[in-house]
Design a binder for this molecule. Structure first.
Ligand code: UDP
Length: 323
């Protein structure tokens, strides 16, 4: 039996797919390459297909699929504010197509790449899973309603899911075979590293008037390999227990934009210009995970700290910019 990894040619999907194969699982990567790279999908089999298309049935006919890890989605907060329909269609509506086909073929295990953006501006931090969900951008909203659809699906029976609410995924594969490569890049760490490597003149801080000690947004950065190991733990949980669950996935520590820039300067040994820009619409002040639930219930532990995250990202950055 195989695990279907949608979006397995993308950033988080490819790291998890590699980890699954190293752990002895067989996988089929399904990706339409609108964001992913075929050479990121070098573990398991690769199928070029859109999970929202009618061709999906053929994939379920061809392979004996045990469960689905669903990474394929759009994930830029800023773009979602500009193009909300794009996010609702791909992240929500197309996922309903995937769920329908899973039902038809009796595939009953599902892991969703959810997000801390479902919390909006949380009432208290660190954030626990039981806090009220009040997303403030269409990206978060699209994942929230997808979680709701999963809840209803599970209520119908013969279907279990784990929703993993990622905080800020960062860092890269230590072998540098795959890494973070978005086009356009919007994420903080790779953009700061672009400034360090001289690909851009400066890095802009989006807002210095947030309700945080240094005025810049605070996020909880988690190494992509820690995310990968959490998916394996979640899959084992679905195999062992006939139940569904929702977990935060973060390190439980927050770093401001300024602290990230300082860490990038330290790791790279480079100095570069830092500019102050307007706030980016849709950004909450602080997102830090209370990740005790996944630690207690799945026995999962993050292994990598911020310095390791930035070092691995820098190694990859140097490789793709070949200096
Ligand atoms: N950010 C920034 N300058 C940039 C890119 C991002 O100040 O060029 C800030 C952004 O406003 C947010 C934090 O860095 O507060 C993390 O943003 P990112 O896009 O990496 O992840 P997000 O939190 O949106 O998932």
């Amino acid at each position: 039996m195989v695990i279907l990894v949608t979006g397995g040619a993308g950033y988080i999907g490819s790291h998890t797919n590699k980890a699954l194969n190293k752990a002895g699982y067989e996988t089929v990567v399904l990706d339409n390459l609108c964001k992913g790279y075929e050479n990121f999908a070098k573990w398991g089999e690769f199928v070029n297909c859109d999970f929202g298309s009618s061709d999906l049935r053929e994939v379920f006919e061809k392979y004996d699929i045990d469960g689905v890890l669903h990474f394929a989605a759009f994930s830029s907060v800023a773009e979602s504010v500009e193009l909300p329909q794009k996010y609702f269609k791909n992240n929500y509506k197309n996922t309903l197509n995937l769920l329908k086909v899973m039902r038809e073929f009796g595939v009953d295990k599902f892991i969703l790449s959810s997000t801390a953006a479902v919390y909006g501006n949380p009432e208290k931090v660190p954030i626990t899973e039981d806090q009220e969900l009040k997303p403030i951008n269409p990206y978060g909203h699209s994942k929230w309603i997808t979680e709701k659809a999963l809840e209803r699906e599970a209520e119908k029976g013969n279907f279990n899911y784990v929703s993993l609410r990622y905080f800020n995924a960062a860092g890269c594969d230590f072998d540098c075979e795959i890494g973070e490569l978005h086009d356009p890049e919007t994420h903080l760490i790779p953009l700061v590293l672009d400034a360090a490597i001289g690909k851009r003149d400066s890095i802009s801080i989006f807002g210095t008037d947030y309700n945080t000690p240094d005025g810049t947004c605070i996020r909880d950065y988690i190494h992509v390999n820690d995310l990968a190991s959490a998916h394996i733990a979640a899959y084992e949980y679905l195999c062992d227990k006939n139940t569904s669950n929702i977990f935060n996935l973060g390190n439980g520590e927050g770093y401001s934009v300024r602290e990230i820039i300082d860490m990038c300067k330290k790791v790279t040994g480079k100095d570069f210009k830092v500019e102050i820009a307007d706030r980016r619409e849709g950004d909450p002040d602080i997102l830090i995970a209370d990740a005790s639930k996944i630690r207690n219930e799945l026995g999962w532990q993050p292994k990598y700290d911020l310095e390791c995250i930035v070092s691995s990202a820098w190694k990859w950055h140097q490789k793709i910019n070949s200096i």
